[in-house]
Design a protein around this ligand. Sequence first.
Ligand code: ADP
Ligand code: YYY
Length: 242
Amino acid sequence: MQTAPAPVIVAIDGPSGTGKSSTSKAVAAELGLRYLDTGAQYRAITWWMLSNGIDVADPTAVAAAAGKPVIVSGTDPARPTITVDGADAAGPIRTQEVTAAVSAVSAVAEVRGRITELQRSIAAGTAEGTDPADVAAPSRGIVVEGRDIGTTVLPDADLKVFLTASPEARAARRSGELRGKDSADLATTRAALLKRDAADSGRKASPLKKADDAVEVDTTELTLEQVVECVVTLVREQQPAG
Ligand SMILES: Nc1ncnc2c1ncn2[C@@H]1O[C@H](COP(=O)(O)OP(=O)(O)O)[C@@H](O)[C@H]1O
Ligand SMILES: Nc1ccn([C@H]2C[C@H](O)[C@@H](COP(=O)(O)OP(=O)(O)O)O2)c(=O)n1
C-alpha cells in the first residue's frame, strides 16, 4: 500500500502590498492547498479590542484581553472567511481604524503567543481556530501568509518565500484598491504603508524579517500571474517526483 505524501507547508512573508494575499490564494487554489491569511487574524483581534473599548495604545490592557476573543478562520482559498465570537469579521477588519491600530496590537507578546498557537494548530489541520468544514476536508497542505511565518510560526515549512516590491509599486497597488472607497491619495497611502512596515519590522516580538532560507522574489516588475507561476514552480520543485 502506498502512503500519502506528507502535506506541503508553504510560508509566504513580506511587507504590505507585495502581493502576499493575492499570490497565496492563487497558489493554494492551483495546487489544491488550504490558505491562511494571518494578517486577517491580527486584524480580527484588533477589531475585537476596538469594539470592546480596550485602549489599543496600552500594551498591558491589550495583553490582559488577548485570550478573550474566539477567532475562527476558513481556509478555502476560493472563499476564505474569518469570524470573531461567531460574527463575520471580513468587512470590519479592513477599515482604516483597524489598519491604523493593528501594528500596535500585534506587537504585544501575549497577542502574538495566542495567534501563533492558532496558526500552528490550523497548519497542522487540528480543530482549534479552523472552520470545522475545512478540518473535515482532505488537504494536501497549506499556504500561510504573513510577516513571521518562515521565521517563527512555521520554521520547518517546506518552502519559504519572501516577497518584496518598491514602496512606489506597493503604494500604487494599495491606492488602486482604495480608490472609490476612500480619499487616501498616493502619497498618504505610501506614508501609511511605510509607517506600518517600520513598526512591523522594528518590534521586539517576532518582527517582519526574511528567514535565512527563504527565497526572495522582487515583484516590482512582475505581474501577479508571473509571481504565482514562480511560486507554483518553487512548490513543485519541493515535492518528491511521482
Ligand atoms: N505583481 C503584482 N502586480 C500588480 N499588482 C499586484 C501584484 N500583486 C498583487 N497586486 C495587487 O496589489 C494589491 C495588494 O496585493 P495583496 O495581495 O493584498 O498584497 P499583500 O497581501 O502583500 O498586502 C492587490 O490589489 C493586488 O491585486
Ligand atoms: N504574521 C503576521 C501577519 C500580520 N501581522 C500584523 C502586521 C500587519 O501590519 C497587520 C496586518 O496584516 P495584513 O497582512 O492584513 O496587512 P496588509 O494590509 O495586507 O499588508 O498584521 C503580523 O504582525 N504578523
